[in-house]
Write a protein that binds this ligand. Structure first.
Ligand code: UD1
Length: 430
């Protein structure tokens, strides 16, 4: 049974971990959630057509996007990680608050809808545990392309009589804004230029998809992306890149428990920031083709880092590396520069014996020689993953609550950890 199958309404699920054993073994990375979501949204650009996507991870967030696209009129099917999206000539442009509130990445349909339908209604995605997360860059960019926006009853209503090409400078290299604007520009004849664009591998994966649909696009992976769209796009068949955050989380499971873990079928270049920090900490990292192995030996050293847009150290890995640094020798200074409040895991870490001092957006972690089990709560997806890592390393039993966050991003996490020798079970209670 997969972890997602274990979700049952009204029953609170908990992950019970018996820690202290080194994890050892080999596993394969899932397809990247954050690449699959925008690629799915890009199907909306087809006026009657089919997008086929390979290596789609079977996750809660993917199902939320499937429901959203289904609501808009797209026929979505998924089997064995292959997804087909059949898009009719006519689609709806109004997104329901119930789905948008569930997942911030729902805002990725805004650009495609405005470009395709000339209008869109998107309820404000709202804040989340890691900060307020506005979508002002998305809206400003689309406005520059000729969309007018009105806020009515907590929802953005966008309208255009036809998007035009534009030169758009993003105040921050926002991943979602870059993706939304790339998709909107894909149906616009003429050249749109995005400056200070996000350089994440997931943005490159979206560019490859748009190119397969017939869009001329260059510069993806750099700070300047040029898009020449077309009125009609064609069917495409694409594949999702490996999930660098999921893969890194399992490598860190090896590190924190002192075991040798190999993650297969990833793009090692995508996790260079992590590998270089691990080497700095004294951990051996071996790269063979698409496989990466960590070989911890004894206690590793604390390292300092700052989260940054790609190719900098990913914010989505900050809680997990902090977990590992809790057991390092010496002090680590971890500065979060992408999100305003992404340290909710710290209070839970402390319950397990970690020594972390928070000063604004900086965490000073003093390594301890052991962690102890406790009942802890996942405040968001990556915080949840980090607590699982802590539990795997801690003495005796750890119980992680609020697992719904973890199901959003890690397919089969229970099975994968068990395959590495982790003693983990899911229990359900009231
Ligand atoms: C994506 C990822 C998320 C990751 C984040 C940063 C997906 C589905 N999610 O989120 O896992 O943590 O990139 O790597 O791909 N901002 C604004 N105004 C905007 C947009 C963003 O102020 O209009 C701010 C955000 O509040 C945040 C920063 O910019 O502080 C980065 O956000 P962004 O890169 O847009 O993240 P997402 O695309 O939401």
């Amino acid at each position: 049974m997969s972890s997602v199958d274990l979700v049952s309404e009204g029953k609170k699920e908990r992950l019970v971990i018996r820690g202290g054993e080194p994890l050892k073994g080999v596993l394969t990375a899932q397809g990247a959630k954050n690449a699959a979501l925008p690629i799915m949204a890009s199907a909306l650009l087809l006026r009657g057509g089919r997008l086929t996507i390979e290596r789609v991870p079977d996750l809660q967030d993917i199902h939320t996007m499937m429901d959203l696209l289904d609501h808009l009129g797209v026929k979505v099917e998924m089997k064995d990680h292959r997804m087909t999206l059949d898009v009719p000539e006519e689609i709806s442009w109004e997104t329901p608050a119930s789905l948008v509130r569930k997942m911030r990445a729902s805002s990725l349909v805004l650009g495609p809808l405005v470009a395709r339908c000339g209008r869109a209604v998107l309820p404000l995605p709202g804040g989340c545990a890691i900060g307020s997360r506005p979508i002002d860059f998305h809206v400003k960019g689309l406005a520059k392309m000729g969309t007018s926006f009105e806020l009515v009853q907590g929802a953005f209503h966008g309208r255009t009589s036809g998007l035009k090409p534009a030169r758009i400078y993003l105040d921050f290299p926002s991943v979602g804004a870059t993706e939304n604007l790339m998709m909107a520009a894909s149906l616009v004849e003429g050249e749109t230029i995005l400056e200070n664009a996000a350089r994440e591998p997931e943005v490159v994966n979206l560019a490859e998809t748009l190119r397969a649909m017939g869009v001329e696009i260059e510069g993806e992976g750099s700070g300047t992306i040029k898009i020449r769209g077309a009125k009609e796009l064609k069917d495409a068949h694409v594949s999702v890149i490996p999930d660098r955050i999921e893969a890194s989380t399992y490598l860190l499971a090896g590190v924190i428990t002192g075991g040798k873990v190999t993650v297969r079928q990833i793009v090692p270049e995508h996790i260079e920031a992590l590998c270089s920090k691990l080497e700095e900490a004294g951990i051996s990292v071996e790269i063979k083709g698409d496989d990466v192995t960590v070989y911890p030996s004894g206690r590793y050293r604390g390292v300092s880092l700052k989260t940054l847009p790609y190719p900098g150290f990913p914010t989505d890995l900050q809680p997990q590396i902090m977990a590992a640094m809790c057991l390092a020798e010496g002090t680590s200074v971890i500065h979060e520069s992408v999100f305003e409040s992404r340290f909710l895991h710290v209070s839970e870490f402390k319950r397990m014996g970690a020594q972390v001092d928070l000063q604004g957006n900086t965490a000073i972690v003093t390594g301890v020689s052991k962690l102890v089990g406790a009942e802890v709560h996942a405040s968001d997806l990556r915080a949840g993953a980090a607590l699982v890592l802590m539990g795997l390393a801690a003495e005796d039993e750890t119980v992680v609550c609020d697992l719904e966050h973890i199901w959003r991003g890690y397919e089969g996490i229970v099975e994968k950890l068990r395959a590495l020798g982790g003693k983990v079970i899911v229990t359900r209670g009231e």
